[in-house]
Write a protein that binds this ligand. Sequence first.
Ligand SMILES: Cc1ncc(C[n+]2csc(CCOP(=O)(O)OP(=O)(O)O)c2C)c(N)n1
Ligand SMILES: [Mg+2]
Length: 532
Amino acid sequence: MLAINQPKIYKTGAALVVKALKDSSVTNIFGYPGASVLALYNELADGREIVHCLCRHEQACVHAAEGYAITSGKSGIVLVTSGPGATNTVTGIANAYADSTPLVIIAGAANNSNGKVFQSVDFMSMVQPIVKKVYTPELSDNIYGIIKEAVSFSTEGKKGPVLVYLQRSVLERQFEFQEQNESNLSAEISPDIDFMELASMINTALNPVFIIGGGCRDAFYELSDFLVKTNLPAVTTLMGVGNVSAQVSSNYGMIGVNGSESANSLLSNSDLIVALGVAFSDRTICKSGMFAGGTPVININTLPYTFDNVNIVKEVNCDCVFAIKKLTEAGVKERKNFASDNVSLNTFSNLSGMETSAVLKLINNYTKTLNPIIITDVGQHQMLAAKSFEFVTPKRFLTSGGMGTMGFGLPASCGVHFAMPDDYIINITGDGSFQMNIQELATVKEYKIPVKIFVMNNGYLGMIRQMQEKFFNGKYYQSKMCNPDFMKIAEGYGIKGYRVTNISELNSLMPELFASSEPAVVDCITNGYENV
Ligand SMILES: Cc1ncc(C[n+]2csc(CCOP(=O)(O)OP(=O)(O)O)c2C)c(N)n1
Ligand SMILES: [Mg+2]
């Protein structure tokens, strides 16, 4: 029988990129156009099946994609142009890499040429150390397969950002369409781990403690159930906040430099630590004598790591959900005598005035039945927020952990809205951090994002002022700020602005704020000398 010759199908690179994105179930892109990627924009405009959110700065595109990725569980897609468009994303990419957030950064590149080309810069070398992988489609004839692989690779194993570095000529070139060219990433193999031995170590320890890290983002229910059943005490890192329910009575809250006394001391007195998805950053371990004391650690993480000053006695490389399931099956026993003195996660004393902690406590008390998603910025307000809010469902607390990137909060809040359009979204920011990506108020307005932005306006780069107080004899050099009128700024963007100078004003404002689906900026004039 004669083989029937199928006619070859040719499409432009731009058409194939968009088709591959659609075939990878991509529904949202966060981007900012430029000449190098206009062919792609043209293609997106024709289909309109993928929603493009135009942020007002490329760094913000990345943070928005991070917010989207964390809450949707999908990869966040970023589209930017060559030169400054690409370089503006670097901080965002570093942030996503540090916090293992899956992203695909599609960045335009000037065409290779011997002469000086407008907007040519070696972006690939700049970001090589902060991405999981760089794809260069001009070296391949299978652009469709590359894009599909990039999307799935970003979410596999240890998640993180990947770069697709797209020369302008690639978008215009005709390619033969090869749908069959799927990525051939290896299937996940069930790791060979002796969970019976681990369970026995936990059962025979006198004071075992679990540390919950950012790697437990997808393990909320399994982890909460496990802790309720076993009554084993747990503490969280900053990135672990919100990865276990506040209703679990053995959840002692956050450890580390800015953690709570009870959580830190629980850890210091433990004789076995089970670390689940923990990065062991210096901020987590430096205040904790237990690591220097050599407390044995069972380290459960997707990839093996070596950490100085951490006595890892068992390295277990697997997914956290898998580990919890297996530990349960292996018979980790219930503890009778822990957590009888359940700690409330938000106990602050002296909360009558406009301390940031008082403001956050009020916001938590008022909104907890609404089950909002809280997105913070970086500074004192971030640490206080981590200790103030009570989360009872997964992925309700987003913050910048590994990098501590001021300016993360507002754009990340925008991205969250595209993933969770029906949820309440609250951005807790500082007067310093807010000004790092304040232009995103335009994105909020344009896409009618109902985020409530609470600015903890303490007149200082508070975390820096606190360090100067503690370590530099209170010489507050360059940490005091002259701020703009945030109400007027909000109004300039067409967003309702409020100012509160005492707690009862804030209390009276809450019903009005949350009855409305409009965005709002609430300028909270807070005590400038509170410490974390
Ligand atoms: C982009 C960036 N620049 C500088 C820093 C260093 N830094 C950490 S916290 C902080 C102050 C944050 O001030 P603000 O947003 O007002 O929060 P506050 O501490 O007052 O609550 C600074 C400057 C940082 N983390 N990120
Ligand atoms: Mg401040």
